[in-house]
Design a protein around this ligand. Structure first.
Ligand code: SF4
Ligand code: SF4
Length: 253
């Protein structure tokens, strides 16, 4: 079975790809692993990557179909695939039909989490609050999405599209998590009035400097110091350091 290298290529047709670093400079990349089917092939491990809000949104646009999670009235998680999305600056517009439980959950609760995964081992997670678009703007944004995604006319032809209702997310956080860098890359961004809630682990002043956590960290994401410190941007949040610290100096954030 032939093995094909995965190389990130910018594309004029798809600007979302143009913002991804090109993997042609082999000096910056290590080549690791071969999939059993030979199709996933090599994974290029990069030393580092610098991310920003707009690039994350471009990448979500390129992925296209995203997972949208909400909670229902019983607090149970509900997730579905959504592709009827329009990106306007940092605003994320999307539509659903008024009769769907998805619509009800958005109106009742509004919290929504969006997840996209790229072929370059990047997870992009948007967490925010969706609100209904004002009545006067509903048709404008709906028609724009129908124009961008003509397949929708097949789903809701003619006047039946009036059952659709538009939502927008303006305040949200983005978590970018990339497994194709060494060490891994994790970055957080905020848009509008959203606030990032800290996750993962933190080393406290109870640290005695034994170095055990450094030895067991799979990503070498801990620097020596008084106390030792976790580089949060390189942390898997796996908890291995937490489990091995002899004096319980590492706490969950
Ligand atoms: S294992 Fe605990 S005590 Fe030892 S260096 Fe790490 S945080 Fe400090
Ligand atoms: S949680 Fe895991 S990746 Fe993060 S510092 Fe601890 S051992 Fe390393």
């Amino acid at each position: 079975m032939p093995v094909v290298a995965l190389v990130v290529q910018p594309s004029r047709r798809n600007p979302a790809l143009a913002v991804v670093p090109v993997a042609r400079n082999k000096a910056r990349y290590q080549t690791k692993g071969v999939s059993s089917d030979g199709r996933s092939a090599f994974l290029h491990i990069r030393n580092s990557i610098s991310m920003d809000i707009q690039t994350c949104l471009n990448k979500l646009g390129y992925v296209g179909v995203l997972n949208f999670a909400t909670v229902d009235k019983d607090g149970a998680p509900q997730v579905r695939n959504i592709s009827a999305i329009h990106y306007e600056g940092t605003d994320i517009y999307f539509l659903t039909a008024r009769g769907k439980s998805f619509c009800r959950q958005l109106i009742d609760d509004g919290r929504v989490q969006i997840l996209g995964y790229t072929r370059y081992k990047e997870t992009i997670r948007v967490s925010g609050k969706a609100v209904q678009v004002p009545e006067a703007e509903q048709v404008k944004w709906r028609d724009l999405i129908y124009e961008e995604q003509p397949y929708l006319e097949n789903v809701y032809p003619g006047e039946t599209k009036n059952i659709d209702t538009m939502f927008v997310i303006k305040d949200y956080t983005i978590e970018y998590f990339c497994l194709s860098t060494r060490p891994i890359t994790r970055e957080y961004f905020t848009v509008g009035n959203a606030v990032v809630k800290p996750k993962g682990y933190q080393i406290t002043d109870a640290c005695i400097g034994c170095g055990t956590c450094q030895k067991v960290c799979p990503q070498n994401a801990i620097d020596a110091g008084e106390p030792f410190i976790i580089r949060q941007n390189n942390c898997l949040q796996c908890g291995n350091c937490f489990e091995h610290c002899p004096v319980e100096a590492i706490i969950r954030r």
